[in-house]
Design a binder for this molecule. Sequence first.
Ligand code: ADP
Ligand code: MG
Length: 250
Amino acid sequence: MPYLLEMKNITKAFGVVKAVDNVSLSVNAGEVMSLCGENGSGKSTLMKVLCGIYPYGSYEGEIWFAGEQLQAGHIRDTERKGIAIIHQELALVKHLTILENIFLGAEISRHGMLDYDSMTLRCQKLLAQVNLNISPDTRVGDLGLGQQQLVEIAKALNKQVRLLILDEPTASLTERETEVLLTIIRDLQAHGIACIYISHKLNEVKAISDSICVIRDGQPIGTRNAEQMSEDDIITMMVGRELTALYPSE
Ligand code: ADP
Ligand code: MG
């Protein structure tokens, strides 16, 4: 089976700073890959390259998705292909309802009129998929952060997502909300949806990942099967071996 996603030798510089330096990674359909690295190591930049936030040509390397080379000039191009990113700072419009947020720019109409009945039905189905039992007419500003995260996922599902990128999704979630999120990711995985999961919380990373890709100072350190890595192994790869030299075990 060919990979769902292949990023080959991606380099992205801001001026003289190489935020991402020759990184390659690949993800299968339905695979959950965690992307680990210290603050400033280039994780978000790499994902923004993938999502078309930096236009094609402003980085080096190749991206292949579902058998086609991705030459996105805009985030809408990658969305259409089935790639969705959820940023840490959520992008929902707080004063609009869940339904309005989910269908923003993707409204269903009939005979030139907005078809609220169809949108409500579809919205209820999407909310059920992410285990949210609330009315589509609830204002997003009235939801907790965990619930808003789930609305973002529902919105991605409405766009036929095949790869969902979560950039530090649990940074401000409670333990309970985190558990709910991890359960949803497993459920999506069972439906063949792949996920790239960015987190500092190594217990979550261990719990959710099939594979773990580590970068340090923008450079690729390695990708391993999650089962083969302990939390200590991940930390060592993230910060380098210097720590062991500083604090020898004997
Ligand atoms: P991470 O998500 O792993 O914390 P980032 O990808 O946000 O890291 O940042 C990687 C490096 O690139 C950092 O040194 C950061 O300061 C730099 N960087 C990110 N975005 C920009 C930008 N728009 N302009 C200049 N430098 C940037
Ligand atoms: Mg980041």
